[in-house]
Design a protein around this ligand. Structure first.
Ligand code: CU
Length: 137
């Protein structure tokens, strides 16, 4: 009897732990790690499923700030010419200060075949090559 109670309590603790771990992004979010080094992302292309939620964890190894912006050509253009000093409130947009790690979670559209991009729009960074493609397969 005591052994069964202990087992039940232990199972409950595990369930509580699991639900806390899931609370940020939901149980289906996949984590994609991306490292920035010498002002380049270490990925050039990412494939996602329609409607997939992805947690992007961005590791900035550089001594300068960067950002990670997910979106279509319109979103990228707005950020390229925009003046927002920092990001973090919108899904898929996050500033990554020098030598830090930041994360953002984004749920992709449900229509397959669309092309999006991830990019950094600090002055000159996009032109230097800080962008990659995202295809919804
Ligand atoms: Cu950058």
């Amino acid at each position: 009897m005591l052994r069964a109670m202990v087992a039940a309590i232990a199972a409950g603790v595990v369930l509580i732990g699991a639900s806390i771990a899931w609370s940020d992004t939901g149980p289906t979010a996949r984590t994609v790690n991306i490292t920035i080094h010498f002002s380049h992302f270490d990925a050039s292309s990412i494939a996602v499923d329609p409607g997939e939620t992805v947690r992007f964890v961005i590791h900035n190894e550089d001594p300068i700030a960067h950002e990670f912006i997910v979106g279509d050509r319109y979103v990228q253009l707005i950020h390229e010419i925009g003046t927002e000093p920092s990001h973090g409130a919108k899904p898929g947009e996050v500033s990554v200060p020098a030598e830090t790690t930041a994360e953002t979670t984004y749920t992709f559209p449900t229509k397959p075949g669309q092309y999006l991009q991830f990019a950094c729009h600090l002055p000159g960074h996009y032109a230097y090559g800080m962008h990659g493609s995202i295809v919804i397969r």
